[in-house]
Design a protein around this ligand. Structure first.
Ligand code: CP
Length: 301
């Protein structure tokens, strides 16, 4: 396995399946996370230069469950506010003896950091709109938990795909499997990258997109990443792309509904979020188990 987890492409299909299987060991029969003092001499720094709840907190819980010392780097009170670069910042952590850096950053800096600081292990926790590999792992684990396998499934992704690092990493991850079909759906202005690909089909009509789907992944509009004001009529948007109980009727009866969070209830109704088909809250819990597996593997290598 690679030394760092910078992209899902750092993992083979076997690595992905091994990590998912390994993550299952960290959840007991009652659904609680096991606490094992495996790495008491390791220091993990959580460096998040963009907002996060799920990823940051689940890495902190995962590292704590493994007995690591966890540093919660607060960008707002750090010397980044005095003009220090991300390179000087991470180098300072390196010189203090941090073993592993979990990094979320709006720009593509993680590869250069990993190259220049070879003693540290880097785990990508979100790189602009480009990649989010541990989210892809927990998404694939959640699907396998419910469907046994990724092979043969019809998977539909609906929403603001162009700004979604969740989508790009997920697409890279599932490309290792024999899924039946991958369908991209959403406002054409938000799916420009996905209208002509050789790995999926763009279908702007949500009713057609959802037909016989096994898995439906919904995504919020990432207003913060649009370069110009988004002149969007929300009622028209919801009517065309919001996953409602009525639209869900086009998918298979046992289709699972996913969302990486946070949820804005523009892209999905509260009743679908709360429905029996929804596995959104399980995704959050799976984030801890998957990140325990990732930290264990990459701290051991
Ligand atoms: N899914 C995800 O990355 O959520 P956060 O932004 O809350 O970490």
């Amino acid at each position: 396995m690679a030394k760092n987890l910078l992209t899902i492409n750092d993992l083979t299909k076997k690595d992905i399946l091994d990590l998912i299987a390994f993550s299952n060991n960290f959840i007991d029969e009652d659904g609680n996370f096991r606490k094992e003092d495996l790495f008491p001499d390791k220091i993990v720094a959580n460096v998040f230069c963009e907002p996060s709840t799920r990823t940051k907190m689940s890495f902190a819980v995962a590292a704590g469950n493994l007995g690591c010392n966890v540093l919660d780097f607060d960008v707002d009170t750090s010397s980044i506010q005095k003009g220090e670069s991300i390179f000087e910042t991470i180098d300072a952590l390196n010189l203090m003896g941090v073993d592993l850096c979990v990094l979320r950053h709006p720009e593509s800096v993680i590869r250069d950091l990993a190259e220049h600081l070879p003693k540290m292990v880097f785990i990508n926790a979100g790189e602009g709109s480009i990649s989010h590999p541990t989210q892809a792992l927990l998404d694939m684990k959640t699907i396998i938990d419910h469907k046994s396998d990724l092979d043969g499934l019809k998977i539909v992704i609906v929403g603001d795909l162009d700004h979604s690092r969740v989508t790009s990493s997920f697409v890279e991850g599932v490309s290792n499997f024999d899924i039946d079909s991958l369908v991209f759906c959403g406002h054409p202005e938000m799916c420009q990258k996905y209208q002509n690909t050789d790995f999926g089909i763009y279908e702007p009509d949500i009713d057609k997109a959802l037909k016989d789907a096994d898995v439906v992944m919904t995504l919020r509009i990432q207003y913060e990443r649009f370069e110009k004001d988004l002149n969007l009529d929300l009622d028209s948007y919801k009517s065309a792309y919001q996953l409602s109980t009525e639209k869900l009727g086009y998918a298979k009866g046992d289709a699972i509904i996913m969302h990486p969070g946070p949820v804005n209830y523009v892209e999905i109704t509260e009743s679908v979020y709360d429905s029996e088909n929804s596995v959104i809250r399980q995704q959050i819990a799976n984030g801890v188990a998957v990140r325990m597996a990732v930290l264990s593997r990459f701290l051991s290598s």
